[in-house]
Design a protein around this ligand. Sequence first.
Ligand SMILES: NC(=O)c1ccc[n+]([C@@H]2O[C@H](COP(=O)([O-])OP(=O)(O)OC[C@H]3O[C@@H](n4cnc5c(N)ncnc54)[C@H](OP(=O)(O)O)[C@@H]3O)[C@@H](O)[C@H]2O)c1
Length: 313
Amino acid sequence: MKSVRLGNTNVQVSVLCLGAMYFGSSIDVSTSYQLLDQYLEAGGSFIDTANIYARWVPGYVGGESETLLGRWIQERKARSELFLASKVGFEMPGVERGLRAIQIEEECEKTLRRLKIDTIDLYYAHCDDRHTSMEKTMESFARLIKAGKVRYVGASNFLPWRLEEARWTSKTHRLPEYCCIQQRYSYVRPRIGTHSDPQVVANEELLDYCKNRELTLLAYSPLLRGAYTRPDRSFPEQYLGRDMEVRLAVLKAIAEEKNATANQVVLAWMVHSSPCIVPLVAASKPEQMRENLRALRVKLSIDDMARLNDACA
Ligand SMILES: NC(=O)c1ccc[n+]([C@@H]2O[C@H](COP(=O)([O-])OP(=O)(O)OC[C@H]3O[C@@H](n4cnc5c(N)ncnc54)[C@H](OP(=O)(O)O)[C@@H]3O)[C@@H](O)[C@H]2O)c1
C-alpha cells in the first residue's frame, strides 16, 4: 500500500487508514483479527481507534476496541510495523467530556495500558472543548510528547476557525500543533445548513484550509455505512436532495465504466483528490474489506475526476 506524508510531519502513513471502531464489540474477536490481518497483508499500517469505542453498543462501555487491538498487536508482534492513532475528549462511563489536562493525561495512560504500548503515534482531541483554554489543552499534549507517551497530535470534529485558533495558540506559546483533522467526509454532501452534531462534516473551506496549512484530512464514515451500494441502508436525512441525486448518477456511471463498485470509486476519488485526504476504511466482513482495499486498484483519469468533482445540482 502506498503512503503519504502526515500533515507537516516527516512521517509517512498508509493512504487508507483502518477504522477499528467496532472491533471487540459488535465485531467479534475472530472476525476483527481477520480484518486486521487482511489490512496488514495488504501493506496497511495506520490504525484508528479511540478510548470510547464502542461505548454505545449495548453491553459495552468503551475501551473494547483498544483492548482487542492491544492483544492482536502483541500476538502478531506487529507494534513496530504500525502507526497507531487513538482519541480522547468524548464522555464514557466514568469519564466526562472535555479536554482538561487531567482528562487527557489520565485517559492517555488508560489507552497505553489497553493497547499495551509505550507510545501512541497519533493522539487526537476527539471533539472541541470551548470551556477549557486551548493553551492548557496543548500544554498537556506537550507534556505527553515530552514524556514520550505521544508522538503527534491531531484534532477531530473541530470547526475550521477553531482549528486556526488552536494553530495560533500553539505558535504563540511554542506548543505542539495539530498535524491533522479527522472529520466526517464522503462523496455526497449534506445540504447547507444541516448539522450532524456532535460530528462535524468537512466542507470546501476545511479542505482549502488543510491544503494551505499542510494538514491531513482523515475522512471518517466515507461509505456512509454502506448506503452507496446496499438496499438495506439509507443515506442520512441531511444528504437527501437534488445534489445527492446528481452526484450518485455520476458515481454510478463511473463505477460501471471502471468495472468497480460505487464504494470503490468513493474511496479512489478521495485518494486521487489530494495527498492531504486519507479515508478511514471500515468493514465488518472480510468480503467488504477486500472490496474496500481493492479501491486502490481503481485508476481515475483527470477527466473522471473532473466529472466527479463538477457533479452538482
Ligand atoms: N472522529 C470521529 O468522530 C469518528 C466518527 C465515526 C467514525 N470514526 C472513525 O472512522 C472509521 C470509519 O467510520 P464508519 O464505520 O462510520 O465508516 P463507514 O464507511 O461510514 O461505514 C462502515 C460500515 O459500512 C459498511 N460497509 C463497509 N464496507 C462495505 C462494503 N464494501 N459493502 C457494503 N457495506 C460496507 C459496514 O457496515 P456493517 O458493519 O453494518 O456491515 C461497515 O461497518 C471508524 O472505524 C472510526 O475509526 C471517527
